[in-house]
Design a protein around this ligand. Structure first.
Ligand code: NAP
Length: 246
């Protein structure tokens, strides 16, 4: 379905990012996986290459640092030739109630989740405009739509991604570029492993499907949004949450 395309995926060494890389690779895409931890990233990309036979390169970069992102984009284009699909997936949490939230907890989450999305999108958009085609897919969160206790920083960063996505969608709609966000609910990854059994049980009570989602549940939506079939979808937020928010 995506044969011959190249995807630049941030936070690709584990969790949702790795599932996205694997799913797009299976659909015929060459992958530039971006992450901070090169060892973990290399082994994830190697597993994908072995599994699918497509190219999957590991590019160490910090999405919060525009110079590092520019270098990463340059490296990906040098090896893979172009970037057709950008997946802004790298993200972190630093939870605290507002009364106790430290400035660094606010700043770090905004810098990686929101400014990181800006840095990566800015670094690839010129090439996409030149090619007159592109797909920008950013991973937001259900929390960006409904808020969450202890996550004012995270919710603001994810709501920011939604506003950013809608603006980019409008700016580049007439250049063959679509921009969409996916808002996952709670998904089984390293990020949610930190939750206690008690919090997890309470959470599941609020999910009509009665379980957390799997990384692949998000990855399949990325695959669709990246495909030609999704050409008329832009500026949208697709919720993948087992019904917890409607
Ligand atoms: P994860 O398992 O923690 O993976 C996130 C990846 O991003 C890690 O490999 C991490 O690398 C990388 N990363 C962090 N900071 C980075 C930076 N500055 N530059 C490059 N890479 C960086 O998280 P996940 O659950 O898969 O989440 C992926 C995305 O989905 C995030 O944007 C998250 O907010 C969103 N999301 C997750 C859920 C969920 O329930 N899991 C729900 C809604 C939305 P290091 O480990 O080296 O820091």
């Amino acid at each position: 379905m995506l044969s011959g395309r190249v995807a630049f995926i941030t936070g690709a060494s584990r969790g949702i990012g790795r599932a996205i890389a694997r799913t797009l690779s299976k659909a015929g895409t060459d992958i530039a996986g971006i992450d901070l931890n090169l060892d973990e990233l290399k082994s994830a990309m190697k597993m994908i290459e072995d599994d699918t036979g497509r190219k999957a390169i590991a590019v160490q970069a910090d999405v919060a640092d525009p110079a590092s992102v520019a270098k990463g984009v340059e490296e990906a284009i040098k090896v893979l030739g172009r970037i057709d699909i950008l997946v802004n997936n790298a993200g972190i949490t630093r939870d605290n109630i507002l009364l106790r939230m430290k400035d660094e907890e606010w700043d770090r989450v905004i810098k990686i989740n929101l400014t990181g999305t800006f840095n990566c999108t800015k670094a690839v958009i010129k090439g996409m405009v030149k090619n007159r085609s592109g797909r920008i897919i950013s991973i937001a969160s259900v929390v960006g739509a409904m808020g969450n206790v202890g996550q004012a920083n995270y919710a603001a960063s994810k709501a920011g991604i939604i506003g950013f996505t809608k603006s980019i969608a409008r700016e580049y709609a007439n250049r063959g570029i679509t921009a969409n966000a996916i808002a996952p609910g709670f998904i089984e990854t390293h990020m949610t492993k930190a939750l206690s059994e008690e919090v997890r049980d309470v959470l599941i009570k609020h999910i009509p499907m009665g379980r957390l989602g799997m990384p692949e549940d998000v990855a399949h939506v990325v695959e669709f949004l990246a495909s030609d079939e999704a050409v008329y979808i832009t500026g949208q937020v697709i919720h993948v949450n087992g019904g917890m928010y409607m």
